[in-house]
Design a protein around this ligand. Structure first.
Ligand SMILES: Nc1ncnc2c1ncn2[C@@H]1O[C@H](COP(=O)(O)OP(=O)(O)OP(=O)(O)O)[C@@H](O)[C@H]1O
Ligand SMILES: [Mg+2]
Length: 224
């Protein structure tokens, strides 16, 4: 697989399966991060982080943050406000006019992506644009959900890395089977604590990753 500086990673699995921990590990590689804190779990989590409530405060935080080389903005936004943030980061049609490009790239983290991109609900064009064209504005997205089947295909079709933690609901296992083989989907029900199956949809590579984050087994190397 072509290595991508900007990418979309999508993690799914049950409550407590390790999604946030994994994405936090990935996010640590980014100097500039925006965390959409819908579950109110990141208050006080990062020393020196900006914490904002609402779009206005988030704008103020970003305005201050961009003068620094490294920063984290933890924001509590309504879905409507995320639409405005998406347009600010990567304006539809003008990705290089966005904030992400101006700062040299950033990671947008969302642990409950079903809140902003639900199956069946119309995906807002600003959000769709960010997911589909975010690379052009240097936005990477680190996304997670407990309910993968509730996340719009318009989002999941863009992922570069899919990390699947233990799932037991048949509908979620079917979802996994749509990206990997049904054999692999079966294994997802048997995963141990914090283990996950990592699927690279572009190359077809599938691997079992252990709780310590290292690769345990190559499950499929198929390319194309
Ligand atoms: N690889 C790991 N090794 C050891 N402990 C882990 C690992 N991953 C997560 N944990 C611990 O398990 C707990 C739950 O993990 P985490 O918050 O990542 O779950 P989650 O999938 O994001 O759950 P939720 O759906 O509730 O957001 C945390 O206390 C975390 O520290
Ligand atoms: Mg979590």
């Amino acid at each position: 697989m072509k290595s991508r500086v900007n990418y979309v990673e999508f993690a799914c699995g049950r409550k407590g399966s390790g999604k946030s921990e994994l994405l936090a590990r990935r996010a640590a590689r980014f100097a500039r991060r925006i965390i959409l804190d819908f579950a109110d779990e990141f208050a006080g989590a990062y020393r020196g982080a900006y914490e904002s409530v609402g779009f206005g405060e988030t704008l103020d935080a970003l305005e201050d943050a961009v003068t620094r080389p490294n920063w984290i903005v933890v924001c509590s936004l309504l879905p409507e406000e995320v639409v405005k943030l998406a347009a600010l980061l990567s304006p539809p049609g003008r990705p290089r006019a966005g904030l992400s490009y101006a700062v040299g790239g950033l990671a947008l983290e969302c642990g409950e992506v079903d809140i902003i991109a639900q199956t069946g609900a119309a995906l807002r064009p600003e959000v769709a644009n960010l997911v589909h064209r975010g690379r052009h504005s240097r936005t990477s997205m680190l996304l997670a959900t407990r309910r993968p089947r509730d996340v719009s295909r318009l989002v999941t079709s863009q992922m570069d890395v899919l990390s699947i933690f233990r799932q037991q609901e048949p509908a979620d296992i079917d979802y996994v089977a749509s990206f990997a083989s049904s054999d692999i989907a079966g294994q997802v029900a048997e995963l141990g604590d914090y283990e996950h199956v990592q699927v690279m949809p572009h190359s077809g590579r599938v691997a079992l990753i252990g709780a310590d984050g290292t690769e345990r087994m190559l499950l499929s190397a198929q390319t194309g």
